[in-house]
Design a protein around this ligand. Structure first.
Ligand SMILES: *Cc1c(COP(=O)(O)O)cnc(C)c1O
Length: 384
């Protein structure tokens, strides 16, 4: 039985699984033209088991950044041979988890990590398939906190060390060198950044081929951005343009497969954080709408000045006013947005914070001894 949202204790996450399904269908439709393309869903964007179930059933692989995520992917039914695993700090226990499941590929970020994987694989009597995560020194034009592919970032192996590490990977007996991995950042909307990545990969492949090295796997990571300003107009990211860039600019050899790790663009638009207005507080210069959700439920605005569209689901007023929408947490950064134009808003009104399906619920905490946020889908709750 579908409940009305007014009868549910706030705050909570609401997931539109019909939109998620439409998004997955759009991705599948685009890549059906490219038989060598494979999409791995980046679990770190949202590991809610109900969403994982739907994504897994659509035939996607999984991209993991911890042993816990590898386990969550396996538990959700993702086939182990479609699981990839990146991360600069993989612990022995996490590596053993991934070895036990015989995942498709470790994305290795340093020489010491490569040596440890080799040792552990040897003890387990296995050969670990690895891609080397190369730091391509390509700039993504996005927020500085979510750029990952520049020389100064902690991620990946520097270009000038690459040849040496490939040789080492080829020498280690319990390592099978499969190819190269890249990930330049997140919320990338300028396709030129991906063109630059493709060109850099072409140069790298040319260098490797000259040395007689032919990687089979090219993994270009994720990062495709979504429209946070107008989610209703653009509920589904432009996957057509995205895959087209790689088709046009990346020189893929017939034996190679191309892998993508999309997170945000799969799940962001299907999620909303639903919250109730506790108080409207007027000061000399400001009007605050104080709501019952805070950075404990959605930390993106506090963590990297992210903007989410906020709408009032219950106000019937046709006069508008500006509000600073803030949470109850004892931190000055617990602000969802400032000077938000909303219809006249009062205590008891329900607000929806849009585009919150990625890096929302998965980053929730119990700071201030709050209860961990819960979630519902469109199968359980009607939002209109
Ligand atoms: C975070 C991450 C992704 C997914 O990024 P999105 O911006 O959510 O698409 C993909 N690959 C790696 C290695 C990551 O760390």
């Amino acid at each position: 039985m579908n409940k009305n949202f007014r009868d549910i204790r706030t705050p909570f996450y609401y997931y539109d699984t019909a939109l998620l399904q439409a998004t997955l269908d759009a991705v599948r439709c685009e890549i059906s033209q490219y038989p060598d393309y494979h999409v791995h869903y980046a679990l770190k964007a949202n590991a809610n088991p109900r969403l994982l179930q739907i994504i897994q059933q659509a035939g996607f692989g999984a991209d993991c950044v911890s042993g816990g995520e590898v386990q969550a992917a396996i538990d959700a039914g993702f086939p182990a041979d479609k699981v990839v695993y990146a991360g600069v700090g993989k612990s022995d226990r996490e590596i053993l988890t991934a070895l036990k499941h015989d995942i498709f590929c470790f994305n290795v970020e340093s020489i010491p990590e490569l040596q440890v994987i080799n040792e552990l694989a040897n003890k387990e009597g296995k050969v670990a398939r690895v891609c080397l995560r190369i730091n391509p020194d390509v700039e993504a034009h996005t927020h500085t906190h979510i750029i990952t592919g520049m020389a100064e970032n902690k991620f990946g192996i520097a270009l000038h060390d690459m040849m040496h590490v490939v040789e080492l990977a080829n020498e280690l007996p319990n390592i099978s060198f499969e190819g190269l991995h890249f990930h330049i950042g997140s919320q990338i909307t300028n396709m030129q950044d991906y063109v630059a990545l493709c060109q850099r990969i072409n140069e790298i492949q040319f260098m490797l081929n000259k040395q007689g090295i032919y990687p089979l796997v090219i993994n270009v990571g994720g990062g495709l951005g979504i429209d946070y300003h107008a989610p209703e107009e653009h509920p589904i990211a432009n996957f057509k343009a995205y895959f087209h860039v790689f088709e046009q600019h990346l020189h893929l050899r017939p034996e190679q497969s191309l892998h993508f790790e999309l997170g945000r663009s799969i799940v962001a638009q299907c999620g909303s954080l639903i919250t109730q207005v506790l108080y409207v507080k007027q000061t000399a210069t400001k009007q605050f709408a104080i709501v019952d959700a805070g950075m404990t439920e959605l930390i993106r605005p506090a963590l990297y000045q992210a903007k989410h569209k906020i709408v009032n689901l219950t106000s019937r007023s046709d006069t508008q006013a500006k509000y600073d929408v803030v949470g109850p947490i004892c931190e000055s950064s617990d602000v969802f947005d400032k000077d938000v134009l909303l219809p006249f808003t009062q205590r008891g009104d329900i607000l929806a914070i849009r585009s919150a399906g990625a890096y929302g619920e998965v980053m929730a905490s119990t700071y201030n001894c709050r209860t961990l946020v819960t979630s519902y889908t469109d199968k359980e709750v009607v939002l209109s």
